[in-house]
Design a protein around this ligand. Sequence first.
Ligand code: HEC
Ligand code: HEC
Length: 155
Amino acid sequence: MKIATTLLLTLGFGLLAAPVMADSIDHGHKDPTYQAECGSCHVPYPPRLLSRTEWQQITGKLDQHFGADATLDDAALKKINAFLNANGATQARATPAAGKLPRITETRWFIREHREIGAGVWKKPWVKSASNCAACHGGAEQGGFSEDDVRIPRQ
Ligand code: HEC
Ligand code: HEC
């Protein structure tokens, strides 16, 4: 409890001190196939958080997807690729180690945006992994990441 309070205070200051970053997430662009297929194991990550090329690397290797098998049929894959191509960033965002897939959670943007969160928080049972956006972002399932909807749940 005490830790959570301290964390919230720290985050409060972080909020005031941080330069206002334009919300880089496009809430308008959604695709039902993407939401259903790429939002079943984790939240449907906002396409703009990785580049088109990075998304292609991910959807090109769905049989070896971060330790899971996320294989899709051709029709769904086609729709999802078109969606990611239309809404992905133009510039590469991640710098994965050789042979690894790009991750949003390893981009400099993500690390900067979450720098106030203590290393231990990511490992808490209610978070499990930084990839589990919905643990803290109330609107993540719907693609929303507004700072008004962030919570650090109790431990
Ligand atoms: C069968 C379950 C499953 C499905 C379906 C699935 N994923 Fe994943 N995905 C995972 C797992 C497991 C991870 C790793 C999570 C972790 O490290 O905690 C992951 C991680 C990711 C990451 C990296 C998140 C980070 O850490 O930045 C991206 C990006 C991603 N998935 C995109 C997709 C896309 C796009 C689709 C749809 C084509 C998809 N996923 C469908 C299981 C799945
Ligand atoms: C352990 C909790 C936690 C997890 C997990 C988490 N975040 Fe955050 N996120 C935060 C906090 C706290 C902030 C800081 C709020 C602030 O300073 O505005 C933040 C800030 C953000 C912001 C900036 C919001 C704004 O309007 O300034 C975005 C976008 C964001 N996170 C996306 C993500 C994504 C995408 C994931 C998953 C890949 C994720 N977060 C995982 C807690 C978390």
